[in-house]
Design a protein around this ligand. Structure first.
Ligand code: A2R
Length: 313
């Protein structure tokens, strides 16, 4: 099997590529942006800007992949408030460029579009755990763009018969994630404190929000199973099925350190709108492709903290 990973220079890409090559034996080409550095042992790395449709078309014609994973995105909710135009460009225009290019080439891959649990937005109490057919009420700009991507995927699947599946991935975490995301941010701050680079005060945003956290190594296995065995035009939740308060995550990380750490709310880390709870129902993906997460949260948190401790050295 030949797989093409678009936007593989970020957090998830290298984990996905390693799973596809090392565990599944696929031949893989992965794209990154010009400014990124990415070296993968068993995969071909190419530059791609998804805002340029001709570049995508050439890539598809040359690669003739069986499976395509679309990871490229402006993936930060916080940054989407700061730069909504870029977020809309990359996440919506980039996606339509990709879908159009696929429509126009002869060898069409099975496609997995990576959306987000954020798409559900303002979830009502009785809607949790949330199923894929629930109404979506995106609560931020990133979520709105991912929801639009999901609709485009469905439209291209229905109108042109393209073999496209969509996922709504809930928060995924692990070593190497940028500290723009909450768990990496907390772990980095704790490692900085341990190294004496930061006062023993950890700066936090909204701690009451409840989110579902899955290890990235479990998440990429879900993606591989879905692109191979998912149903055309369908959307699948990817998560653990159990939301946890950010406060509890913070407590677990602090408990892994022997430093006495104070917690301080930093207004700069509070988002303009926050959604109180996001928790998925994962029975659809379990039933249809037999995936479920295996790595316990404590292990992921420990390994992420270890990663940041090593970064200090
Ligand atoms: O912005 P950069 O240079 O870090 O590159 C990001 C890339 N990307 C692009 N690729 C091609 N053409 C563009 N115009 C473009 N703009 C951004 O997408 C980055 O390498 C990649 C996304 O990686 P991360 O931001 O690290 O996201 P992550 O955590 O790997 O999540 C993968 C997917 C995303 O669609 C998320 O929204 C979703 O899973 O949760």
């Amino acid at each position: 099997m030949k797989a093409l990973v678009i936007g593989g220079g970020g957090f998830v890409g290298p984990y996905l590529v390693r799973h596809l090559t090392d565990d599944l034996g696929y031949k893989v080409t992965v794209t990154k942006t010009v400014k990124e550095t990415l070296t993968m042992d068993n995969a071909t790395v190419r530059n791609l800007d998804i805002l340029d449709m001709e570049q995508i078309r050439t890539l598809l014609e040359e690669e003739k992949a069986d499976y395509l994973f679309h990871l490229a995105a402006q993936s930060s909710v916080a940054y989407s408030w700061k730069n909504p135009t870029l977020t809309v460009d990359v996440n919506i225009k980039g996606c339509i460029n990709l879908l159009e290019a696929i429509r126009l080439v002869e060898k069409k891959p099975r496609v997995l579009l990576i959306g987000s649990g954020e798409e559900y937005g303002h979830i009502k109490k009785d809607e949790c755990p949330i199923i894929e057919d629930n109404v979506v009420r995106p609560g931020n700009i990133y979520a709105a763009t991912k929801s639009c991507q999901n609709m485009l995927g469905r439209i291209y699947s229905d109108a042109y018969g393209l073999d496209i599946m969509m996922v709504r991935a809930f928060n995924h975490i692990g070593p190497n994630q940028t500290p723009m995301f909450v768990v990496a941010d907390f772990c980095k701050q704790v490692a900085d404190i341990e190294k004496g680079k930061q006062e023993p005060v950890i700066n936090v945003g909204n701690l009451s929000a409840k989110r579902d956290f899955t290890d990235v190594r479990d998440v990429v296995k879900a993606y591989a199973k879905l692109v191979a065995g998912g149903k055309r035009g369908e959307t699948y939740n990817v998560g653990t099925g159990h939301a946890i308060a950010i406060q509890d995550i913070l407590n677990k990380i602090i408990a892994m350190s022997d430093k006495d750490i104070e917690v301080k709310v930093d207004p700069a880390k509070l988002r303009p709108v926050d959604v109180p709870i996001i928790e998925p129902d994962i029975s659809k993906i379990k039933k249809e492709v037999g995936w479920e997460p295996l790595i316990p949260l404590e292990q992921t948190l420990r390994e992420t903290l270890e990663h940041w401790r090593k970064e200090q050295n």
